[in-house]
Design a protein around this ligand. Structure first.
Ligand code: ATP
Ligand code: MG
Length: 452
C-alpha cells in the first residue's frame, strides 16, 4: 500500500527537511505544505493517511485544527512534532484527538514505527466504517424487498416514524417480516449507533423473563449466584424489541407498564432504582384485541405500546412481491453458499404464485433455499420445489386424486368411479376412456360393489 503523508511545517526548517527526505527514501509519498490553509486543500484532493503537523505553526487552539482536519477526512491520523512544546501541550493535543506528539529532533526509526501504528489504527477505523455501512445497509428499507402497495405502505410508515422516538407495535402473521421492520426502524433512527436488544417474551417462563428483562441481584433467588444486568439496562439509549409480547404474563405486564411510564425499574431482588432511556418496539402474531377481551392483556399497556401501529401484510395479499423476493433470495443464497443458480423457470414460478404461503416470507425463503440445494443445473425447476407446493396446486379436472394409503385395488376403483362420474354414468364411454372392454368394466364395477 502506498502511504501518503502530508507535512505542515515552516519553510526552510532543516529538521523538517531531514524528515521529508527520509520519508521519501522509505518510499512514502510526501505532500508538503507551509501554511495551514494549503494543507486543508491538499487534504481534500489527495488520499492522505497521516498528517505530520509542526506544533509551532498553530495560532489558535489545537482542537480547532483537529476538528477541521477530521471533518475533511475522518480517518486521517495526526501526529504533532514540536521543537519547544511542553508536556501539557502534548497532553492537550492528544486529548483533542491527535494520534501522537513528539519533540524534535525525532529519531527516524521511531517516526516510522509511529507512522506504521497510526496506519494500523486507520485501517481498523476504515474496517469499522465498512462494517457499520454494511449493517446499516442490511437493515435499511432497501432490505425490505417488495414493491407492492401494501409493503410500500409499511415502508412509508417506517420512514416517517423512525426518527420520532415513538413506541411502535408491529403485528402480522408469522414470517411476514416483523423483526425486519423493527430493525429498519432502529437502524434508521438517531439511536442507530446504540444497541438494538431483542427479548423473546414467549421463550421464557415468567420468573426467567423478568430476570432477563430487569436483571437480578446476586442471591435474588436460588441459582442467582452472580448479579445479572437485564436487557433494559443493555438497551439504554438504544431500542428494545419485545418480540411475542402477547405471550407475556399479566404480572410481568404490570412491571413493564411501570418502566414505560416512569422509565425506571429495580433489578429482581434489588432496591436500587435504575433509570433508562429506551425506545420500545413490540411485536406479536396474536390478536391483542381478543387477548384484551379475554383479560389476558392489559389495555393500558396496549395503549402505551401502540402509539404507532404497523400491520405487516401476509404474503398472499402481496403476491406481486413474490418474483422480486425470489430473485433476492436466489442472489443472497448464491453469495452465501456459493451456488450458481441463475433463475427460476416459468412453471416453478407459477407454482409459487399459486400457493397461499401460510408461513409467509420465511416459508418462501426456505422453499427457495431447499430448491437451490437440490437443483443440479443453473435454474430452479418445479420438481425441485418442496412437495407441499406440488400437492397444494389447484386441482386440474384431468387429474385423479388418490390418497397414498390406497391399495392397488382401491386405486383402481377410485379411477373407475372418477371416470363414470365424468361420463355421467355412461359405462360404454367410460370403458372407452379407460381403454378396456365394456364387460371388463361391468365386472370390475360389480366386483367393487361386492368389495365395498
Ligand atoms: N420484505 C422482505 N424482504 C426480504 N426478506 C424478508 C422480507 N420480509 C421477511 N423477510 C425474511 O423472512 C424471514 C422472516 O422475517 P422475520 O423474522 O422478520 O419475520 P417475523 O414476522 O418476525 O416472523 P415470526 O412471527 O415467525 O417471528 C427473515 O429471514 C427475513 O429476512
Ligand atoms: Mg419474529
Amino acid at each position: 500500500m502506498q502511504i501518503n503523508i502530508l507535512t505542515v511545517s515552516e519553510k526552510e526548517n532543516s529538521e523538517w527537511e531531514k524528515i521529508i527526505s527520509y520519508l521519501k527514501r522509505k518510499k512514502m509519498r510526501v505532500h508538503t505544505s507551509f501554511a495551514v490553509n494549503d494543507a486543508y486543500k491538499i487534504l481534500k484532493n489527495e488520499p492522505i493517511n497521516i498528517v505530520l503537523f509542526d506544533y509551532q505553526l498553530l495560532k489558535i487552539k489545537t482542537s480547532t485544527y483537529i476538528r477541521k482536519i477530521k471533518t475533511i477526512k475522518p480517518d486521517v491520523e495526526l501526529i504533532f512534532l514540536s521543537e519547544n512544546a511542553t508536556l501539557s501541550n502534548a497532553i492537550d493535543a492528544m486529548k483533542d484527538g491527535a494520534y501522537d506528539f513528539y519533540e524534535l529532533p525525532v529519531k527516524a526509526r521511531l517516526l516510522i514505527t509511529v507512522i506504521d501504528k497510526a496506519i494500523e489504527k486507520q485501517s481498523l477505523f476504515l474496517e469499522k466504517m465498512e462494517l457499520e455501512k454494511k449493517v446499516k445497509g442490511m437493515f435499511s428499507f432497501g432490505n425490505i424487498h417488495g414493491r407492492s402497495k401494501p409493503i410500500q405502505h409499511v415502508t412509508n410508515i417506517i420512514s416517517s416514524v423512525a426518527s420520532k422516538d415513538a413506541n411502535v407495535l408491529i403485528t402480522g402473521e408469522t414470517g411476514t417480516g416483523k423483526e425486519m421492520v423493527a430493525k429498519a426502524i432502529h437502524f434508521n433512527s438517531p439511536r442507530a449507533p446504540k444497541p438494538f436488544i431483542k427479548v423473546n417474551c414467549g421463550a421464557f417462563n415468567e420468573g426467567v423473563l423478568e430476570s432477563e428483562i430487569f436483571g437480578h441481584e446476586k442471591g435474588a433467588f436460588t441459582g442467582a449466584i452472580i448479579k445479572r444486568v437485564g436487557r433494559f439496562e443493555l438497551a439504554d439509549e438504544g431500542t428494545i424489541f419485545l418480540d411475542e409480547i402477547g405471550d407475556m404474563s399479566l404480572s410481568t405486564q404490570i412491571k413493564l407498564l411501570r418502566v414505560l411510564q416512569e422509565k425506571e425499574f429495580e433489578r429482581v431482588g434489588g432496591n436500587e432504582t435504575i433509570k433508562v432511556d429506551i425506545r420500545v418496539l413490540a411485536a406479536t402474531n396474536q390478536d391483542l384485541d381478543k387477548l384484551i377481551e379475554e383479560k389476558m392483556f392489559r389495555k393500558d399497556l396496549y395503549y402505551r405500546l401502540n402509539i404507532v401501529h404497523i400491520e405487516v401484510p401476509p404474503l398472499r395479499e402481496r403476491k406481486d412481491d413474490i418474483p422480486l423476493l425470489v430473485s433476492c433470495f436466489i442472489s443472497n443464497f448464491n453469495e452465501e453458499k456459493g451456488y450458481g443458480i441463475k433463475g427460476i423457470n416459468k412453471n416453478a414460478m407459477q407454482m409459487l404464485l399459486n400457493y397461499t404461503w401460510p408461513g409467509n416470507v420465511r416459508e418462501l425463503e426456505n422453499a427457495i433455499e431447499a430448491a437451490m440445494a437440490l437443483a443440479p443445473g443453473d435454474a430452479i425447476e418445479a420438481k425441485y420445489l418442496p412437495s407441499f407446493l406440488l400437492l397444494s396446486q389447484p386441482q386440474h379436472s384431468d387429474f385423479y386424486q388418490i390418497p397414498q394409503h390406497f391399495t392397488l385395488q382401491e386405486s383402481e376403483q377410485e379411477i373407475i368411479r372418477f371416470t363414470l362420474a365424468k361420463t355421467k354414468g355412461n359405462k360404454s364411454k367410460a370403458a372407452r376412456l379407460l381403454g378396456i372392454g365394456l364387460r371388463t368394466l361391468q365386472r370390475k364395477v360389480i366386483g367393487a360393489q361386492t368389495y365395498s
